[in-house]
Design a protein around this ligand. Structure first.
Ligand code: UDP
Length: 487
């Protein structure tokens, strides 16, 4: 029988590769006869390979890429290693993969004797749609953001520029008439965007390509994001497929399998430390895989965490302006901070990479002080953990707004990368979430959403949760429509 192949192409970022890999595993698990091939640059492929179990049937293919050819530091192929101010260069460089990707797909067609069933491409490399159309292959985009966040940013990019409006409240086409986004909830580059700025150009271009695709997969749960999914459908006219959550719901999956080999994971140390604190008492603090805060914000955060008197587990990274991979220096924190926090067991500092799902799953974790990246937001909800939100960039602002206004599980700590954070605010918001009535309500809601998320991927006999139903129907429909499947 001819092989049924699906080719997947994530964007060059950890927060994108992780859900892509999870999607690949899910599709493979439900369709064991399929061949799934993931395409990326050599170092990303190397990292993905280290995260796959030895018996995995997922195939990996690297496209030629050398970061220094694009003015990037050597061996930097992912937003978690490229210096923050050079991410636009990485975006531009990702576009140069086009001829290599086309050649790869042509080779696959020759080898298999027919085109792949479909190409599932990240919305940030949605230029792949041109190649799919040219070679007669069904194309689907995958936004690793939530539906609400994707609808918000796509609506903004499709309706640039925004500098010509004085209003502090922005109406977003696609969302209900009464919906407004506050100007301060737009990333800086959008507030001033005239369409020519590199981020705006990159995202608008790929958003426009996404509209030519056959459907859009979202790492979300239908019941959780009714407003966002409807907005995304209104805006794009596409079939929006809620196929989430794309991460394990049990914390037993080894970190290596999920993230690849990452330096700095200290799972046992984290769990042991969490075990020593009461249930629901710990503030897990992390800004994801690529965002950083400034040195003065870091000082204020440290002082606020200490003053709150609550235990905290903090993934510390060098402040903005320093190389993310640089060793963390004591001088970036108040004098004697780490020793003091270690002695009185109030705080544990983790460097480089934290075993996030395991931390969120631990009963001692009471709140997640987060940048509101979509994966972090959904992971927190799936564990029934309320969020203390500090969106720094991109879709994080919209995810925060959704968690706060739609779901009621988030308290705002700060807004944007320039926020002059004061330590007293950190202390106040932590107490609000962990000690006060409002925090208790947030927790109850978060637990309700955790159940909703579990239900979406539950299967009992013929009964399937919404995400599994959507995925199976989609695969069946695609197979029936594909010329490759008739071979
Ligand atoms: N992550 C992790 N440990 C870290 C940092 C990040 O496990 O120290 C994982 C996290 O669980 C999530 C992803 O990396 O799955 C981060 O994605 P998110 O969308 O939250 O933020 P981004 O990194 O894309 O800004």
């Amino acid at each position: 029988m001819a092989s049924k192949r699906i080719v997947m192409f994530p964007y060059l970022a950890q927060g994108h590769i992780i859900p892509f890999l999870a999607l690949a595993k899910l599709v493979e698990q439900r369709n064991p006869s399929y061949t799934i091939t993931i395409v990326s640059t050599p170092l990303n492929i190397q990292n993905i390979r280290s995260s796959l179990p030895p018996n995995s049937n997922i195939l990996l293919n690297d496209l030629p890429f050398c970061s220094s050819d694009h003015g990037l530091p050597p061996n930097t192929e992912n937003t978690d290693s490229v210096p923050h101010h050079q991410i636009s260069k990485l975006n531009a460089a990702s576009g140069t993969l086009q001829p290599h990707f086309e050649r790869f797909i042509s080779d696959v067609i020759q080898k298999d004797g027919h085109p792949p069933l479909c190409i599932i491409s990240d919305v940030m490399v949605a230029w792949t749609v041109g190649i799919a159309k040219k070679l007669g292959i069904f194309h689907v985009t995958f936004t690793t953001c939530g539906a609400y966040g994707t609808a918000a940013y796509m609506s903004l990019y499709l309706h640039l520029p925004h500098r010509h409006t004085d209003s502090s409240e922005i109406r977003l086409p696609g969302f209900p008439e009464t919906f407004r986004l506050h100007r301060s909830q737009m990333p800086e580059y959008l507030r001033v965007a005239d369409g020519t700025e590199p981020w705006a150009t990159f995202l608008r271009r790929n958003t426009q390509f996404s509209l030519q695709s056959g459907a859009m997969i979202c790492n979300t749960v239908e019941a959780l994001e009714l407003l966002g999914i409807q907005a995304l459908r209104n805006l794009t006219g596409l079939n929006v497929l809620a196929i989430g959550p794309l991460f394990p719901l049990e914390a037993s999956t080894s970190s290596d399998q999920r993230y690849g080999k990452k330096p700095g994971i200290q799972l046992e140390a984290c769990l042991e430390w969490l075990d020593s604190h009461p249930p629901g008492s710990v503030v897990y603090t992390s800004f994801g895989s690529q965002s950083t805060i400034t040195a003065s914000q870091m000082m204020a955060l440290a002082r606020g965490l200490e003053a709150s008197n609550k235990p905290f587990l903090w993934l510390v990274r060098p402040p903005a302006g320093f190389d993310l991979n640089e060793d963390f220096r004591d001088e970036w924190l108040p004098e004697g901070f780490e020793v003091r926090m270690s002695k009185n067991r109030q705080g544990l500092l983790v460097r480089k990479w934290a075993p996030q799902l395991e931390i969120l799953s631990h009963k001692s974790t009471g709140a997640f002080l987060s940048h509101c990246g979509w994966n972090s937001s959904l992971e927190s909800l799936s564990r029934g953990v309320p969020v203390i939100g500090w969106p720094l960039m991109a879709d994080q602002f919209y995810n925060f707004k959704m968690l706060d206004e739609e779901l009621g599980v988030c308290a705002e700590l700060a807004r944007g990368a320039e926020d002059p954070l004061e330590y007293t605010r950190v202390e106040r918001v932590i107490r609000l979430v962990l000690d006060e009535e409002k925090g208790k309500e947030m927790k109850e809601k978060a637990i309700k959403y955790a159940e909703m998320i579990r239900a979406a991927v539950k299967e009992e006999g013929d009964e399937k949760g919404s995400s599994l139903r959507v995925l199976d129907d989609f695969i069946r429909g695609m197979e029936e429509a594909s010329p490759g499947s008739k071979n």
